[in-house]
Structure formats: C-alpha cells, structure tokens
Design a protein around this ligand. Sequence first.
Ligand code: GDP
Ligand code: IMO
Ligand code: MG
Length: 421
Amino acid sequence: MQVDVLLGLQWGDEGKGKIVDYLADQYDIIARFQGGPNAGHTLVIDGQKRVLHTIPSGIFREGKINYIGNGVVIDPVTLLKEIRTLETDGVPVKERLTISKRANLILPTHKILDAASESNKGSSKIGSTLKGIGPTYMDKTGRNGLRIGDIHEGDFLVKYELLKNKHLQLLQIYNFSFELDQIEEEWLDAVEQLREYKQVESVYFINDALKNGKKILAEGAQGSMLDIDFGTYPFVTSSNTISAAVCTGLGISPKHIGEVIGITKAYCTRVGSGPFPSELNNETGELLRKIGAEFGATTGRPRRCGWIDLPALHYACMINGVTKLVITKADVLNTFEEFGVCTHYKYDNKETKELPYDMVNKAIDTTTILFKSWGNIEHNSILPKELSTYIKYLEEYLDVPVTMVSNGPGREQLIELTIKK
Ligand code: GDP
Ligand code: IMO
Ligand code: MG
C-alpha cells in the first residue's frame, strides 16, 4: 500500500489540520513525520474549535491509528496536556495514539536554550515559537539527544542529568536568567505518565502496516518555505518539511510514496521574521489579517499577510512533487472586490519566476496582477465563474490540478473538484 502525503506549501498555517481531519476517514493511519509542538493545527468540528500541536489531526476519527513518527521531536509536557484535554472531551487517546520510540525528546533546558539564543540575536531573531525545536534537533544531529525509548531504560535519569548539565554549561555563554526547578519537575512527571501510552520500535510497525495493506496519510507540519534546506534560510525551522522527509521521518522507502497533496492559502501569511516578498504592509494586509483571523495557533502572534506568491508556490510544488493542490481560505478573499496575485519577482534588473539563492539580503520587488473576487459561494458544487478563472490560472501556472477548495474553517466547508483527464 502507499503513503499519501499532505503538506503546507507556504510558511505554515495553510490549513493542514482541517484538511487532514477531513481526509482521515479514508486512511488507516495518520502520521506526523517531522517538527514538534511548534505546529498548531486547527480543526473545527460541529462548531467546536480544537488545536493540535503534536498529535496527528486524525485523532477525532474512530478506529484510526494516529502515529507520531521518529522524525518528530516531543515535549512530554505539551503532549500530555494535549492528551488530557482530549481525554476530558471523551476521545479515547490510548486506543488511537502510537508513538515511535525513536522520536527525540525536548528537554526543559532545550526550551531555555531556544529562548536564550533568540534573546541573544536581538533584532535578527528568527521569531522561533520558543518550543525548543532548534536546540533539540541540534542535539539529535549532534548525536547527544534523548529519545522516547530511553524513558524505559534504567539509566534514563543519568542520561538526562548528563544532557541537562551540558545545557547548563552552554547557557553560561548567554546573559540569560531562567528558573528550572519547577519546569523540570513538571517534565519528569509528564515523562512518567507518558509511559502508559503505546510506544513502538517503529520501523517494523510502519512497514508491517504497509505490507498488511494499511493506507497511511503523512501529515506535514510547518511549510516548504520553512524547510531547513530549501526555505528562506536562516529564517526557517530546524527540520526538513518537504515530502522527502516522510521517508526519513517514518522509516519507509520512497517507492511507497503515493499522492503528494500540497496546501496553499488563496493568499499568503507568515508568522515570525524573514523574507516575504508579497507582504502587504498596509491597510489591505491588515484587512486580510482581520477577515482571515490570522493569529498564530501556537503563539497567538499576529500573522503577516500578503497576496499569494506564485514563484514561491511553483518552487514548493517542484521540490515536493505535488500531485494535487488544495486551496484554503477562498472565503476570505470575498471581502475584496479585486485581489492580487504575485506572478514574478524582480531583482538584479530582471523579472523572473525563479527564487534567488539569498532571499534575505536581496531586495525583491514583485509583479502583481489583479483578479476579480466571487462573492459568497452559495452552492457547494457550483463554483462561481470568477473562482473558476482563478483556479484555472493557478493550475496553468503551477501545472498541478486543484482538487479541493476550502471556504470556511468547518470540517464540511469544502468543495471537492473532479480532476479533468
Ligand atoms: P495549519 O497549521 O496548517 O493546520 O493551519 P492553522 O490551524 O495554524 O491555521 C489555519 C486557520 O485557518 C485555522 O484557524 C483554521 O480554522 C482556519 N481555516 C482553515 N481553512 C479555512 C477556510 O477555508 N476558511 C477560513 N475562513 N478559515 C479556514
Ligand atoms: P504549522 O504546522 C507557522 C515558524 C516560527 C519561526 C520559525 C522557526 O502550524 O504550520 P521554530 O519554533 O520552528 O524554531 O520557529 O518557523 N514556525 C511556524 N510558522 N506555522 C508553523 O507550524 C510553524 N512552526 C514554526 O514562527 O518563524
Ligand atoms: Mg498552524
């Protein structure tokens, strides 16, 4: 059987959670493969809003396995809080959740190091979510990390103390004050409680599932423009967020990858610092933020808003091998009579569809064309003419079929389009 992938093509928050929740019904396993609690995936089911950070967005579907893969970094405290909230609402998390023993642990001192590093960077800070993501992946690749499987070993506390003390030494280079005792106690308690939840070796778990005909949906976190290799470096996250990361983040061969479903908003947002060529630093941008309720699901920070960026989207479709495109927040553009679409970048005295090597220090201007908006979408199967025109333009520019349009935050506010062969 195959693994289909669903991931964000912009700077995150494209609406992945909503679409995964909708599609989860068609799969047996929904798997996170990278990132950690820096993610905030929002689902609105029967009018009730839920935000997931580490748990996959299939958790509300009966009979599905929600799997946290080896490529994910886990903060026991955040995960446990998420579990307890779901359990209070009657979701049988113990039945539905499985965790890879190979997933790395975020320690309290990783979070402190994240905050100290950001504070030290001053005005050039990344705008990290301060969840300890960067320092944890640094320890993973530096071969110092602790993993979920370690919590079952007799020497876990010894290993923990060793790593913590290394972090305390590192912290001495920063002029940063912190309080460890209480968060450490909370963390150790959460580690204890997590033992009750299913943890597996993982490589055999996922490959046996495939051999037994199980259908898997891999749920991306962040977005392609935040990828550590291909994003707007250094204003990125610390993991590979693209489709290739599914293989290393779950332990499967590339031959198993099936559809790659890419998600984009009908416009564009970014939270945190870094390049955003089509950003609207004006009243229109503010209106997009207001109408689109663009505030971070993890940190509550206002998201920067702008028009859709087609050179960046084309680049993201290329590196992910996107086979299907989903457009979210089509309803937000209703507010505008006309809206913009960035078709080209302008730098080095040329107009181009290509992204420069260094997007941070290059002054990038944009070419924007205008499209007419469509008013309310009244019927879920008939697309307004103006929306069809916009979709057709995107399909031609990106050479990928649009298969779904989302027109509201609710699970059912979705239009499925048939692919013309
Ligand atoms: P994710 O990180 O990609 O899962 O996205 P977030 O949950 O961080 O942000 C997406 C936000 O848009 C959430 O508040 C969703 O409830 C909301 N949303 C998703 N799709 C739509 C849509 O089509 N229209 C509107 N108005 N809101 C949407
Ligand atoms: P989801 O899965 C939007 C951004 C942060 C910051 C940069 C690095 O909800 O789409 P990090 O904490 O990873 O060190 O922060 O990446 N960022 C996100 N932005 N959505 C996310 O996740 C993000 N995860 C990280 O704002 O600019
Ligand atoms: Mg989000």
